[in-house]
Write a protein that binds this ligand. Structure first.
Ligand code: ATP
Ligand code: MG
Length: 436
């Protein structure tokens, strides 16, 4: 036998029945997004590397060390394209919106779902191919849209039965407000240089704000005593933040202020937020978002405000499983038992009619050479399929122009509610029996 080939490390197959949970979540998201009037956008998985360098920022973990990038073979004119498999989708959405001029007639509310790629150390809740669902609202400057996005995420948790979350918020103000804070922040960290880890020392002058969201517990004290961004915000920034908080309060969405919640780049401003759970260990951030009013311009578009979030599908599904939320595995309504291969043409025609009427039917499949297999083995498969009914295309039934419907999941008492015969001539009329 040839050597068995395995998947790439950190990139997972999503197999049935687990995939049913994914479909279930995706269906819930689609329905919810429609209720908030967010429309689906699908962008390519490959983009020019430059998009992410500009759209995520050079001094970030993602761009510094996590991207899957490669040089594409030269095309006719000899240009090599530097391409990257998207590590996130905000930059792509902004590019698409700009490229297709989607904001010329006003704002746009968009959502996406799909795989993202980051070369990180695989561990629980952290993979190299993972999936995000994201919502972005572009062209809207007001705090009510920040609030709408947070309410949308909270509604999703409610809809899918996640109760163990907390919302942390902060405001980054505007770049000019941050400039003064930055000077004080660097001074503070320089004063405590001996308490900084290597990462922090490296970021001290390139991206000091990011030191605040260190995960190193040894730096807790130096970070907790650092100057707070909120103390540097002007009246307009504070008003935006207050308006957001008022809407959250009016909607009963609890929040806590986290002064350490930051994004290190100049095109992020005002609102930042994260939904966090304590149930998933170190990888507890379910959903992260905020405003990025200067990113559209950064990517070459006409300046436009924007705000959005992205959630990690694997983490959300793991949390659902942790909290015991069961999603029923998929089972067909009926399983077709066909004792004799000669009945297959008629049987398959009947199944087509049933399926067209909305019934899900699994057909018994032969091993190819030895006929259809014994009735006993067919019924064993019918049972294993989880179907509630067996459809029996037996000789006697067919001779009377009928198919037998046998309940498979009836309790002992109902066992007497034995099988019933239904005419092959009028399948659509009795199809609802199988949906009951
Ligand atoms: P973290 O601090 O956990 O690395 P991040 O700041 O890199 O997160 P974002 O870029 O904000 O994450 O992505 C949004 C969400 O996507 C995260 O909150 C998380 O739920 C999920 N996510 C990010 N990276 C991964 C990954 N490698 N594997 C699985 N999920 C991920
Ligand atoms: Mg990360």
């Amino acid at each position: 036998m040839a050597e068995k080939l395995l998947a790439v490390k950190g990139m997972n197959d999503i197999l049935p029945p687990e995939s049913a949970r994914w479909e279930w979540l995706e269906d819930k998201v689609r329905a919810l997004m429609a209720r908030y009037a967010y429309r689906n956008i699908r962008t390519p998985i490959l983009e020019h590397t430059q998009l992410f360098v500009r759209g995520i920022g050079e001094v970030t973990d993602i761009v510094e060390k996590e991207m899957y990038s490669f040089e594409d073979r030269s095309d006719k004119n000899g240009d090599h394209a530097h391409l990257t498999m998207r590590p996130e989708s905000t930059a792509s959405v902004v590019r698409a919106v700009t490229e297709h001029n989607l904001l010329y007639e006003g704002g746009k509310r968009l959502y996406y779902m799909g795989p993202m790629f980051r070369r990180e150390r695989p561990q629980r809740g952290r993979y190299r191919q993972f999936h995000q669902i994201g919502a972005e609202a572009l062209g809207f400057a007001g705090p009510e849209v920040d609030a709408e996005l947070i309410l949308l995420a909270a509604a999703l948790w409610k809809e899918i039965g996640i109760t163990d979350w907390r919302l942390e918020i902060n405001s980054l103000g505007q770049p000019d407000e941050r400039a003064l804070h930055r000077i004080k922040l660097i001074a503070h960290f320089e004063q405590h240089a001996n308490e900084l880890d290597e990462d922090a020392r490296r970021r001290l002058h390139s991206n000091p704000l990011r030191i605040l969201d260190t995960k190193n517990p040894a730096m807790k004290a130096v970070v907790d005593s650092a100057p707070r961004l909120i103390d540097f915000l002007g009246a307009r920034s504070l008003a935006h933040f207050d308006a957001l908080k008022a809407i959250l309060d009016a909607n009963g969405v609890p929040w806590t202020l986290n002064h350490r919640l930051v994004r290190g780049l100049d095109y992020y401003n005002l609102t930042v937020f994260e939904f966090i759970t304590d149930q998933l260990g170190a990888q507890g951030t379910l959903c992260a978002g905020g405003r990025y009013d200067y990113l559209v311009e950064q990517i070459g578009g006409k300046p436009a405000p924007a705000v959005g979030w992205a959630l990690g599908v694997e983490r959300v599904l793991e949390l659902l499983q942790e909290s015991g939320r069961a999603v029923a595995p998929l089972a067909p309504d009926a399983y077709a038992v066909v004792p004799d291969a000669a009945a297959l043409p008629l049987a398959l025609r009947t199944l087509q009619t049933l399926r067209a009427a909305g019934v899900s039917v699994q057909m018994h499949a032969s091993s190819g050479t030895d006929g259809m297999g014994s009735m006993k083995s067919q019924f064993k498969k019918a049972d294993a399929s989880g179907a509630r009914f067996a459809l029996i295309f037996g000789e006697t039934e067919l001779a009377s122009g009928c198919v037998a419907v046998k309940p498979l999941r009836a309790g002992k008492a109902e066992a007497a509610a034995e099988q019933t015969l239904h005419p092959l001539a009028d399948v659509t009329a009795w199809a609802p029996v199988l949906l009951a």
